[in-house]
Ligand binder design. Structure first.
Ligand code: NDP
Length: 314
């Protein structure tokens, strides 16, 4: 419908991306295949994937089962931490392409500004990885590597030059780390993907990115529930605005981000929620401000550096 034509945001490459895409993290076996198929059959044209989600093969199956042509879909994947050295980057993207069953990505992101040691050769990169491969440990200790982010970025640029990917970007990078890339890059990042929702507004980071023609994608836009904390969609302020407007709390969270010029990738494997999430509407100033006031909480749910890896990321 016409409302969906407004639901696109331009990238600095000239490409367009749908404002609402489908997240695929933690979707259980078989669920994600069905979720992707359902989403594509119901209008979605933007999928957020990653090597580390260990389900890109199922996402690929869902794409094929939907019958939607490849070129109509915007597909993002992410370079995992074990592949930051330049000799691993191409093997990593090839593994994701093979799992997904496609011959290019629309967007490829450096997933985290943290590098892990890879004890295999690039040729040994599995198409769908195991946990041990992703989180390499020795004597129970995580094997952190030191790789110059500019080495990784240069290899990412080569993927664009060689046609493996249409655009490249970053995830979980702060202003300082993005600035370092901007200062030395040949190809500018097109996108920053970070955790962002009403309780984590990321105002300064969003302004910085938009000033530099870098798009922003909100991950965990509903505040997820992976870590067992209270979700943003259950917050009384969000719930009461949603009730007043005849919308769902998730629709309020998604539209709030979209209204700020941000791309949103809610994850669901529930057909009714997949449909519910694929929309945006304009909040009036009073409701917008009431939601933005939750930002003072500054709640970050997803910080594996603090929780598991013992490195400072943000
Ligand atoms: P979300 O904020 O998207 O929340 C997902 C949870 O909300 C699921 O439990 C889902 O349940 C539930 N949900 C979905 N829709 C609704 C709805 N309409 N009403 C109520 N509950 C709903 O969390 P994620 O952390 O998954 O973030 C989204 C995506 O962002 C990820 O899937 C991934 O693609 C990406 N991401 C990227 C990261 C990065 O480092 N770059 C890190 C984290 C996420 P159910 O599925 O059962 O319906």
């Amino acid at each position: 419908g016409p409302e969906l034509d407004m639901m696109q945001k331009p990238l600095n490459t000239g490409a367009q991306v749908d404002t609402v895409g489908l997240g695929t993290w933690l979707s259980k076996p078989d669920e994600v295949r069905k979720a992707v198929k359902h989403a594509l059959e119901n209008g979605y044209r933007h999928l957020d994937c990653a090597y580390v989600y260990c389900n890109e093969d199922e996402v690929g199956q869902g794409i094929r089962e939907s019958g939607v042509p490849r070129q109509e879909i915007f597909i993002t994947s992410k370079l995992w931490n074990t592949h930051h050295r330049k000799e691993y980057v191409k093997s990593a993207v090839k593994a994701s392409l093979e799992a997904l069953g496609v011959d290019y990505l629309d967007l490829y992101l450096v997933h985290w500004p943290v590098s892990f040691i890879n004890s295999g050769t690039p040729e040994e990169t599995p198409t769908v990885p195991t946990f041990d491969y992703l989180i390499p440990k020795k004597d129970g200790k995580l094997q952190i590597d030191t790789v110059d982010p500019l080495e990784t970025w240069r290899a990412m640029e080569e993927l664009v030059e060689e046609g493996y990917v249409k655009a490249i970007g970053l995830s979980n990078y702060n202003i300082e780390k993005i600035s370092n890339i901007l200062k030395h890059c040949k190809i500018q990042p097109s996108m920053l993907q970070v955790e962002l929702h009403p309780a984590l507004l990321q105002t300064e980071l969003v302004e910085f990115c938009h000033k530099h023609q870098i798009g922003v994608t909100a991950y965990s836009p509903l505040g997820n529930n992976v870590y067992g904390e209270a979700r943003v969609v259950d917050d009384p302020v969000i719930v009461s605005i949603a009730e007043k407007l005849g919308k769902s709390p998730a629709q309020v969270c998604i539209s709030f981000a979209a209204q700020r010029g941000i791309v949103v990738i809610p994850k669901s494997v529930t057909p009714s929620r997949i449909n519910e999430n694929f929309q945006d509407f304009i909040l009036d100033q009073q409701d917008f401000d009431a939601i933005a006031a939750l930002g003072t909480r500054n709640t970050r749910y997803n910080d594996p550096g603090a929780k598991d890896w013992n490195v400072e990321i943000f």
